[in-house]
Design a protein around this ligand. Structure first.
Ligand SMILES: [Zn+2]
Length: 110
């Protein structure tokens, strides 16, 4: 998913006010939320998936997210806050890594 040039440019300054401003100007509230997801270290890397912890935990990749905002309001065409957060987190290397498969938490063992 294509991310606004202003945001890409602002990544050079790290997790900075410039980046916050670029996200807010390009993506409004979604951009602002994305900044704080990264700042609060809510982006998690499992062996199989990236997860962003919002009100719920969402499975996220570069152009897909399991949240309703992405699937319903944005119709899968524009990045939601979680996709934006993942983009920033990956570029700046700011995420927590777990040596586990997320899928193991989703499927109950019996
Ligand atoms: Zn999302």
């Amino acid at each position: 998913m294509r991310i606004d040039e202003k945001v890409v440019e602002a990544l050079k300054h790290g997790l900075s006010y410039e980046l916050y401003k670029a996200l807010l100007l390009s993506y409004g509230k979604r951009g602002e939320k994305a900044f704080f997801y990264v700042k609060d270290r809510r982006v998690k890397k499992y062996r199989d998936f990236f997860v962003v912890v919002g009100r719920e935990e969402y499975l996220v990749d570069d152009s897909f997210c399991t949240c309703k905002d992405f699937q319903i309001r944005l119709k899968g065409k524009k990045p939601c806050a979680h996709i934006l957060a993942l983009f920033v987190a990956k570029n700046l290397g700011i995420y927590d890594e777990f040596d586990a498969y997320y899928i193991d938490y989703l499927i109950p063992n019996d």
